[in-house]
Design a protein around this ligand. Sequence first.
Ligand code: DC
Length: 228
Amino acid sequence: MGKTITVAIDGPAGAGKSTMARRLAERLGFVYIDTGAMYRAIALSARRLGIGWDDAARLEKLAREARIELPGGGRVLLDGEDISLEIRDPEISEGASRVSAIPGVRRALVEKQQQMGREASVVMEGRDIGTVVFPDAEVKIYLDATPEERTRRRLKDLAARGVQAGFAQVLSEIQRRDERDSTRADSPLRQAPDAIYVDSTSMNEDEVEEALLKIVRARTSNGKEVTS
Ligand code: DC
């Protein structure tokens, strides 16, 4: 197998990581990996089985045994079942943030993510990709936007799925999740020292895509790593 390239995109909830990672992967011909969807799959499975979001031993077992597939087109399969829509439920967003603070769950999912990155060139997005999952990634981007702008984007996403929610409620959910994701002891959300910071607050999607593509192209050439 030839050398694979890893593009790591980290940042807080609602910064546009999923949209941008998917678009970049399409442009580059890489595989898109949404690691948040993997934590969401574990949270959904726990809820269905009546496992508490702080039951570390059972959650770790669940994460080790879960067969999570990301076959493309934003689809997420858990043990063969399509759970793409169910994992976007606000309760599962909160649950994913809770279960992702458990070290055993992280260890299990990080191993799966590292395996995926070894098999193909990937654009992988999450909270700890550039810091923990692939500290040697060829390209690291930290994508950010103000909490208010991230709330507006999240409301648009929810509306597109037919879910009505209030601004204040979504803003406070985002802030609570940011706080938990960036203060947990294990692999908190943090910008890697060698990641490039992109503030997308006043950029549209096409502008962000071009900015990210420029960063990737500066670091890689024709699918190969630039070494000089
Ligand atoms: O990106 P997202 O909103 O789908 O992620 C859901 C939760 O999963 C998020 O609140 C934090 C957690 N997460 C994580 O801890 N590490 C990752 N690499 C990705 C997500």
